[in-house]
Design a protein around this ligand. Structure first.
Ligand code: UFG
Length: 336
């Protein structure tokens, strides 16, 4: 059974490709490498010990995607293809709305034409915006997003759910990721941001490897135990395994389901810095900087639904996340 992964040369897609191959699925990959490298796919094949047919195409390109669907005949589509830099989305909203919505519309149209009935989408905890109280459950209020990137995630959720409503044979699973970090334990694949990282863990690892001089901690006056922001960091391999469970569910059910993929545990910026220092043996110089616009004090999941319905639970620790992130970065100081 072949699963088509759009955007799978990226961070979460590449780890999921390996998990799916290990679970016995055939994986076909579409990526335009606008923010990723074909080397990631090569390494996925090496780690999984199988071939993963690779199609270089923009997932929004209807003609190219129709050809790919005709060749691959996927049983399901997992949609990772999207722009994800929160700050850039504020500066270039149309770029984000155009790309993130267009890729989704094309994939769903191609699925309808090809008769593919299962769709899994990389959504984000960002859809809860600033309105709900932590821990977020799947019933928490969504909306009030602070940036266009977040709005694209919420709009895509709506588009996919409406598509499933109109086709009773269709299955949509919306996965709301919390903060993915870590890397494959081999140290061969990992997060490879272009330019200066926006996110905390790749920033820490680039300071550790000497590419950046020091970490800026965005605010130490939040109403949290140590004053720094609290997030629900989840190991990318746990997240990848969540996709395998979500796929099994999507292949057996109809309609739309939403799942939080998080650990349920909040970790502060400084707690993560110190856990990284213990795991790597490298000191991370930091300074306290002003708060970053749009950041919330605390974001963490109630992950009970995924455990109850999918039989999935994150098992890797913060130490695992730090050790694996460090192994990836120190073995690949300049990425792929
Ligand atoms: N932080 C720093 N310094 C940095 C980077 C981050 O102190 O250089 C802090 C932030 O202020 C925040 C925490 O580290 O408290 C985590 O920040 P990230 O940028 O790593 O992650 P966010 O929680 O801001 O955003 C992530 C994803 C988004 C997603 C969001 C959902 O990057 O894609 O979670 O909640 F939308």
């Amino acid at each position: 059974m072949t699963i088509l992964l759009a955007g799978a040369a990226g961070y979460i897609g590449s780890h999921t490709a390996i998990a799916l191959a290990q679970a016995g699925y055939d994986v076909a990959i579409v990526d335009d490498f606008s923010n990723s490298s074909p080397e990631a796919v090569r390494r996925c094949e090496e780690l999984a010990g199988v071939k993963m047919p690779l199609y270089q195409a923009d997932a929004a390109d209807r003609a190219a995607m129709e050809d790919i669907f005709a060749q691959v005949r996927p049983a399901a589509v997992i949609h990772f293809a999207g722009f994800k830099a929160v700050g850039e989305s504020v500066a270039k909203p149309l770029k984000y709305y155009r790309n993130n919505l267009d890729t989704t519309l094309t994939l769903l149209e191609c699925m309808a034409k090809a008769g593919t009935k299962a769709f899994i989408f990389s959504s984000s905890a960002t859809v809860y915006g600033a309105r709900a109280a932590v821990p977020y459950t799947e019933q928490s209020e969504t909306g009030g997003c602070t940036n266009p990137y977040g709005w694209t995630k919420l709009m895509i959720e709506q588009i996919a759910a409406d598509t499933a409503k109109a086709d009773p044979d269709m299955s949509v699973v919306l996965l709301r990721y919390f903060n993915p970090v870590g890397a494959h334990p081999s140290g061969r694949i990992g997060e490879n941001p272009s330019g200066v990282p926006n996110n905390l863990m790749p920033y820490i690892t680039q300071v550790a490897v000497g590419r950046l001089p020091q970490l800026n901690v965005f605010g130490d006056d939040y109403p949290t135990p140590d004053g720094t922001g609290v997030r629900d960091y989840i190991h990318v391999c746990d997240l990848a395994e969540g996709h395998v469970k979500a796929l099994e569910y999507a292949l057996e059910h109809k309609g739309t389901e939403v799942f939080n993929l998080g650990t349920g545990h909040g970790v502060s910026v400084l707690e993560l810095v110190h856990a990284f220092e213990r795991a790597s043996g490298v000191k991370i110089p930091y300074r306290i900087a002003p708060r970053r616009a749009g950041d919330l004090a605390e974001v963490y999941a109630d992950p009970a639904k995924a455990e109850r319905v999918l039989g999935w639970k994150a098992t890797r620790t913060v130490e695992d996340m730090c050790a694996d992130s460090w192994r990836w970065q120190s073995n690949n100081p300049n990425g792929y």
